[in-house]
Design a protein around this ligand. Structure first.
Ligand code: NAP
Length: 247
């Protein structure tokens, strides 16, 4: 299989898009580290799905915003499995509010998880990738990082920041055969969007050319493509998976 003998770390893969990515990478042969923040039961469920797909799974609780916890997680993976080939920076949170009501703690939390988390994780896996002269880093951004969105200044700033991070790392690491790309999902059916008001959902759907929400598996397919050999000459790119929302 395409990703046999590869080890993938997927942050925030207990639920939603991360879970779908973990299972898809496993289906293509990769062993998967299922990282999560607090939901151990969901992480174990994802690990079960990874194993059912025929790969090894390891669940690791670590807050991606915490550099020490991230370093400990990656060290554990390197001790147990000896390599890290693929990093998917997927863990993300929202704390939506219009600017006058956007508290400093909500700004910091969103920037720390969504943007600093990617920095923490990339920094912790870069050595083994450089040594192996092979690596794939895939950052999950959002269409909101491209367009902006009222009520999501913190989230949009973090997701736009991820794009600059992606392009810079792509330039830094290209000569070492490490590709760095971003995937920008649109409106995907997960816990993150489940709580949106019906009116808001309707407004968003009106802008989606395909007229429906996306499934986590539809994002996972693109992430898995970017992780494979077939995407070996693609780096520094942003692939939008939004059903035509951003046209
Ligand atoms: P979700 O269903 O809310 O799941 C979030 C995942 O991230 C969970 O596994 C959660 O772990 C984990 N997580 C949260 N904070 C973390 C932290 N500090 N450290 C480690 N893990 C953490 O979200 P989703 O919709 O699948 O979103 C996944 C990614 O796609 C996010 O980056 C999001 O911004 C992006 N995205 C989503 C959409 C969408 O429409 N859903 C659109 C564009 C972009 P626990 O289970 O332990 O809480």
């Amino acid at each position: 299989m395409e990703l046999s003998n590869k080890v993938a770390v997927v942050t925030g893969s207990s639920r939603g898009i991360g879970r779908a990515v973990a299972v898809e990478l496993a289906r293509r042969g990769a062993d998967v580290v299922v990282n999560y923040a607090g939901n151990a039961e969901a992480a174990e469920e994802t690990a079960g799905a990874v194993r059912a797909a025929g790969s090894r799974a390891m669940t690791v609780q670590a807050d991606v915003a915490d550099q020490q916890q991230v370093n400990d997680m990656m060290q554990l993976v390197l001790r147990e499995w000896g390599r890290i080939d693929i990093l998917v920076n997927n863990a993300g949170i929202t704390r939506d509010n219009l600017l006058p009501r956007l508290r400093e703690e909500d700004w910091d939390a969103v920037l720390n998880v969504n943007l600093k988390g990617a920095y923490n994780c990339a920094r912790a896996v870069i050595r083994p990738m450089l040594k192996a002269r092979w690596g794939r880093i895939i950052n999950i951004s959002s269409v909101v990082g491209l367009t902006g969105n009222a009520g999501q200044a913190n989230y949009a700033a973090a997701k736009a920041g991820l794009l600059g991070f992606t392009k810079s790392l792509a330039r830094e690491l290209g000569s070492r055969n490490i590709t760095v790309n971003a995937v920008a999902p649109g409106y995907i059916a997960t816990d993150m969007t489940a709580g949106l008001a019906e009116e808001t959902k309707g407004e968003i759907l009106n802008r989606v050319a395909l007229g429906r929400l996306g499934a986590p598996e539809e994002v996972a397919a693109v992430v898995a493509f970017l992780a494979g050999e077939g995407a070996g000459y693609i780096t520094g790119q942003v692939i939008t998976v939004d059903g035509g929302m951003g046209i």
